[in-house]
Write a protein that binds this ligand. Sequence first.
Ligand SMILES: [Zn+2]
Length: 250
Amino acid sequence: MKVHHLNCGTMLPPASPRMVAHCLLIETGGDLVLVDTGFAVGEDRLARGFTRMVRPTLDPAEAALNRIRELGLDPGDVRHIVLTHLDPDHAGGLRDFPRARVHLHAAELAAAVHPVTAGERRRYLPAQWAHHPDWMTYDDAGEELFGLRARPLEGVDGLALVPLAGHTRGHSGVAVDTGAGWLLHAGDAYYFHGEIGTPPRCPLMLRAAQRAVAVDHAQRLANLARLRELPSRVEVFSAHDALELARHQS
Ligand SMILES: [Zn+2]
């Protein structure tokens, strides 16, 4: 297994550190697996409120499709996509891989397809999956892994979905057994590396933003406490922290 750490969407939110869309491209057994997708090539469907809040640069060169080509690989070989959740900065690239099977938590797909609250109706962008992806959903059942619950993915060796609800209804992390160690893509369980440090710290704007968009703030904080307790052999990282991405790219 070979793992590439990619930035598939830079964002420049006001009064906050630069944010990335940290995605994984995994070469395994002749197939490519993408974890989160960032924004699509030529993304033009974002809501004005979202664009104002996160200020995405929408550079086509950063889109997963072009990042994969840049590596000399064929985007057509992406057979599986694993999503931490369906917010626009994570699911935008789905349409660039219309034949991939898309793995995610069942509660997340339910929230996006049948939003209950005004916040859920506002945050998701159904146009990003109007091509009817081949969804593969999972519930909370699973096995214990580092004090978390992990559900091995169907047909994708070495990867498991780790439910971490709070940011959204079905938000999940993605655990990867690389053979040389464990990675945990924690999605939007936190935005800033200092949040899992000792003592925890986070810029004010990012803290406020996370509280504002969480469907269950208390649950998010409980998950964060569990992430801080992970053994050091698990490399955990957020979807949006530029420093953590740089650490994995060096
Ligand atoms: Zn996000």
